[in-house]
Design a protein around this ligand. Sequence first.
Ligand code: FNR
Length: 375
Amino acid sequence: MGNVFTRIGEQTDGYPLFAEEWEEKAKEILPAGPFGFLQSGAGDEMTLGQNREAFRGYDILPRVLRDVSDVELNVELLGQTLSMPVLLAPVGYQGIFHQEMEIGSMKAAAEAGIPFAASTVTTASLEEIATAAPKGVKWFQLYWSNNHALTASMVTRAERAGYQAIVVTVDTGLLGWRKRDYRNGYSPLKLLEGAANYVQDPVFREMVPDYSEVHIREAILESIHHPNLTWDDLLFLREQTSLPIVVKGILHPADAKQAVDLGFDAIVVSNHGGRQLDGAAASLRALPAVVEQVDGAVPVLMDGGIRCGADVFKAIAMGADSVLIGRPYVYGLTVGGQAGVRRVIEDLRTELQLTYALAGVTQTKEINKAYLLKR
Ligand code: FNR
């Protein structure tokens, strides 16, 4: 806990301190298009708002007079040790936010000892990201292609590049109704900012013989949209790799059951940061029923609205094994590249350590529902 006390009374160095301040700074830096793409949600942003609101529905009931001089944030997840129960969520197109792209985020995660999940639609290719931090824990997030050969090729490349898990995102068969992006006339897809993994793929190159920008863009869009995808297709993925497969984007307990029954290795309770189905349940509210259904068979992660140490604590108390953060670290990347992401992670770590200590716990596994009071 040493570093916490040495910082008391120090002046800040001008970096933002709160999630909201990072967001404000990022807004000053970015043009309206990219900022809107990053910050906004789908539809009327009901789900985006609910993701935050849900955390206000619970208060922490701390325990006192326990020895909390030694707080351990470490957790084990899918055979890896994480320095705290937090991962960097897959966020595509990071080149529109900072020139260091996903490389900056990957390096910051690696030095912090937490996993980075690289999106399918990254500005740097999955191989470049892996090479930038060979020792870092990295997961590859798969946007299913309607072309099985392309899906298989990407998974094989990820495995070969040293990724330790595949995250398959299942809430994105069609793109959500993102009003802000329509208003701004902005989509990073149009700019080919997320095309690296496609243009470097041998199967994709065969699919797109006429290698013009227009055709690449059309082929990516067509390949990503897959409203006909079902659980049967996911079984194909199971056969493609021996890596653990994490299913991201589950809210309904019956779907969680399906994922476990079909042999998948972890679940992320998520509504894509409120960017897909507007009106969908807040992740935190959907979490308990999924945890109950899964009953310890596989790890259950969650994301959506995590902004501070108390949020992480509450999600764990509701049954999450770990959480992911999306926008917060990308605001950090926007403001300061790798150093900005590092700062967001380390401030969250400091706050989380204090939250554990002040709530009276010294290890993640001690945290349970008895530490929460519903409002
Ligand atoms: C995302 N998210 C996302 N998810 C995914 O599986 N693949 C992707 O490529 C992306 N891309 C993406 C871009 C941007 C700009 C955002 C904000 C989000 C969703 C992401 O992984 C995560 O589920 C949410 O961001 C979590 O919510 P918070 O932490 O942003 O509230």
